[in-house]
Design a protein around this ligand. Structure first.
Ligand SMILES: *Cc1c(COP(=O)(O)O)cnc(C)c1O
Length: 233
């Protein structure tokens, strides 16, 4: 088994263990494998090991890799999306995880309408309220979702995404994941057109177990799968 397949097996085991703690199983947690800076041959190893959803955070890198890999996997956009790049990726991605402004929503609407597609998105929440990160402030979230629902017909909000601050000890982010979970539950009660809140995307290599324990339905993992050494159990 190659290192990527080996790492994936371990990550899946860890996901399963965390899921069980909340009465769920491996198949209840969607794994998005984040492949930024990862060469295509290693991505193909991941696909051969059963990965079916890939996340990229730069439009050009996604386009280059899509050319070589195609649509045998689902592609998600997970990074800050510049408006002038929307037209390039809109036909390729099944989910934009990083809707972070009304201006971006306007552009997604325009480009999705052009190709007759309803674009699925997650709303990004800046849960740590960090200046260095994009996303809605928690206090603005409900108003934002309501606006998007009212104004746009070619956007379907499928859930929330967040990137927690990086801490040495993942236990320190647990309260932020708990807050995300309650924002998610609150958004679910909105009953708005074009809003189907079923995805809570949180948890990366350093904190995905805690995220799952606090209710994540989707995790986005890169480093733990593609690192060359230090394969953790
Ligand atoms: C890079 C990235 C990830 C994966 O992070 P790792 O620490 O490598 O697992 C997840 N989400 C986003 C938005 C990213 O940019």
């Amino acid at each position: 088994m190659n290192a990527v397949a080996e790492n994936l097996k371990k990550v899946r085991k860890r996901i399963e263990r965390a899921a069980r703690k909340t009465g769920r199983q491996l198949s209840d947690i969607e794994l998005v494998v984040v492949t930024k800076n990862v060469p295509v041959n290693m991505i193909k190893q991941a696909i051969a090991a059963g990965v079916n959803t890939i996340g990229e955070n730069k439009a050009q890198e996604l386009l280059d890799k899509y050319d070589q890999i195609g649509d045998e996997v689902d592609w998600h956009f997970v990074g800050h999306l510049q408006r002038n790049k929307v037209k390039n990726i809109i036909g390729l991605v099944s989910l934009i995880q990083s809707l972070d402004s009304l201006r971006l929503a306007e552009e997604i609407e325009t480009q999705a309408a052009k190709i007759g597609k309803v674009q699925h998105v997650l709303v990004e929440v800046n849960i740590g309220e960090e200046a260095s990160k994009f996303g809605l402030a928690p206090a603005d979230l409900i108003g934002f979702i309501t606006d998007v629902s009212k104004r746009f017909k070619f956007i379907r909000i499928k859930g929330l995404m967040s990137m927690a601050p990086l801490f040495e000890d993942p236990e320190e982010v647990r309260p932020l994941f708990t807050t995300m979970k309650s924002l998610f539950e609150q958004s679910k009660t909105l009953d708005l057109t074009g809003v189907e809140m079923d995805i809570l995307s949180m948890g990366m290599s350093n904190d995905f177990e805690v995220a799952i324990e606090e209710g994540a339905t989707m995790v986005r993992i890169g480093t733990a799968i593609f690192q060359k050494s230090d394969i953790r159990d």
